[in-house]
Write a protein that binds this ligand. Structure first.
Ligand SMILES: O=C(O)CCC(=O)C(=O)O
Ligand SMILES: [Fe+2]
Length: 239
C-alpha cells in the first residue's frame, strides 16, 4: 500500500492543473470505518439541511456533516496523517492552516452539484484547498456522482455565467476509488454528476494558505448566482 510520493512533482501538477488525484492513499480498513460512521450519522435518506432556495437555485443536492466539530475523533486520523500533511505543505509551502472537515452526503437519485467555485477568485492568494477523501468508489460502476474539473481554471478568474461561453469540452471526469484522495483548488471550476448508486459521500478536509480569511468559503460562485452560506441568501444574480 505504501507508495513513494514525489511531493514536488505533485505540487507542480497541482499548480498547473488546479487539482491532483492519488489512488490508494488510505487503506480500506480506515475507509470502511469512516463509511460506517457516516452511515450511522446519516442513514440512507437524510433530510436536506440547506434551504429550498439554495437547493433549487444552486443545483447542489448534498447534506453536510462536520464530524470533528462534534468531537468524532476517528476523523483525526486523516488530518494527522504525515503524508497527507507533507503533501499539503509541498503545495502550500508558504504556510497553511486547517479550516474544517466536512462530509458531504448525497442520496440516490440526487443531482450532485452544478459547476461552481468554492470561494470568489478576486484575490489569487486567498482560497480554500479541498483535500477530498473518498471512502467508496465514485465511479460509473460504483455510485456515479463523478467529480468534473476544468484543468487550469483556477488561473482563469470567475466561473463564466450562464450567458458566457463555457468550455464544456475541456472538462476532465474524475472517478476516484475507495482510498483515493483529490486535492482541488477552491478557484478551480468543478461539479458533481448525478448520484445513481445507493448513496455517495466525499469527506473534505479543507485548509487554506496562511493569511486567507477564515470565512473565505462563505460565498460560493455558481453560474447563475453568488450565494452566501452564513446568511442563507443569494447575494448576486449573475447575468
Ligand atoms: O464531492 C466532491 O467530489 C467535490 C465536492 C466539492 O464540490 C467540494 O468539496 O467543494
Ligand atoms: Fe466545491
Amino acid at each position: 500500500m505504501t507508495q513513494t510520493l514525489d511531493y514536488d512533482a505533485l505540487a507542480k501538477q497541482f499548480w498547473r492543473d488546479g487539482y491532483i488525484v492519488i489512488e490508494n492513499f488510505f487503506d480500506d480498513a480506515l475507509m470502511e470505518q469512516y463509511d460506517q460512521l457516516i452511515l450511522d450519522q446519516f442513514g440512507y435518506s437524510p433530510e436536506f439541511w440547506h434551504t429550498d432556495e439554495f437547493l433549487e437555485t444552486t443545483g447542489v443536492e448534498v447534506v453536510p456533516w462536520f464530524p470533528q466539530r462534534e468531537g468524532c475523533l476517528a476523523f483525526n486520523t486523516v488530518s494527522e496523517d504525515e503524508r497527507f500533511k507533507a503533501l499539503t505543505q509541498a503545495i502550500l509551502d508558504d504556510g497553511w492552516y486547517e479550516q474544517y472537515s466536512m462530509v458531504m452526503f448525497s442520496k440516490q437519485g440526487t443531482k450532485g452539484q452544478a459547476w461552481h467555485q468554492d470561494c470568489p477568485p478576486d484575490n489569487s492568494h486567498f482560497f480554500n484547498m479541498n483535500r477530498l477523501v473518498y471512502t467508496m468508489d465514485v465511479t460509473e460502476k460504483g455510485t456515479g456522482g463523478q467529480t468534473l474539473v476544468m484543468p487550469g481554471s483556477h488561473l482563469k478568474g470567475m466561473l463564466p455565467s450562464l450567458s458566457e461561453s463555457f468550455p464544456e469540452q475541456d472538462k476532465v471526469v474524475l472517478s476516484p476509488k475507495k482510498g483515493s484522495i483529490v486535492f482541488l483548488h477552491g478557484h478551480c471550476w468543478h461539479s458533481v454528476l448525478p448520484v445513481t448508486g445507493k448513496y455517495r459521500v466525499s469527506t473534505n478536509y479543507r485548509c487554506a494558505p496562511q493569511g486567507t480569511p477564515e470565512n473565505i468559503t462563505d460565498i460560493g460562485i455558481y453560474r447563475n448566482i453568488r450565494y452566501q452560506f452564513s446568511t442563507e441568501s443569494i447575494v448576486e444574480e449573475r447575468d
